[in-house]
Design a protein around this ligand. Sequence first.
Ligand code: SF4
Ligand code: SF4
Length: 173
Amino acid sequence: MITDLVQIKRLGEKKLKENEMFRRHMKAHYFPERQFRHVAEDIESNTDCRACANCCRVAETNISKRDIERLAKFLGMTSNQFVEQYTTMSVQDENEIILRRNDAGCIFLDGNDCTIYEARPDTCQNFPHLVRGNGSIQSRMWQMIDRATYCPIVYNSLEQYKEIVGFQMGMKK
Ligand code: SF4
Ligand code: SF4
């Protein structure tokens, strides 16, 4: 299993096209869901996210109304105060509200620690959405191509998925 973040970035970017073809392959065929979940669970349980925290540095953090209410309560402020102080609009999707960011990533990241861990947004609790998430893994695959460039759980899971289904670059859909 590869955990080095420099390698993950290099390999994930090198495999962008391959992973896009793999996504289409997954979409075009039926595969029992359980095997993918087991692989991701196994990789996730062997990964120390506290030592990584790369998603907090790299990815935007979408937040819901429910997250805002929970976080405002946790920080002892009103929802409006929280929105004003800690949120901004996504640069990737103009309809999404995200947590503010600074040069180090998420505004609540301190070193590798989340300073609001107990009340962190749902998306952080479920990240990278391979083990926990709505819909089938096949339907979530489009998000995984980018995530495989910075998340060791996703990169290693995709590599094992390819082995399970016998996927090779260049094979017909
Ligand atoms: S809220 Fe915490 S877990 Fe979520 S991105 Fe920010 S630092 Fe990471
Ligand atoms: S979810 Fe992925 S990117 Fe985030 S801390 Fe865990 S291994 Fe690192």
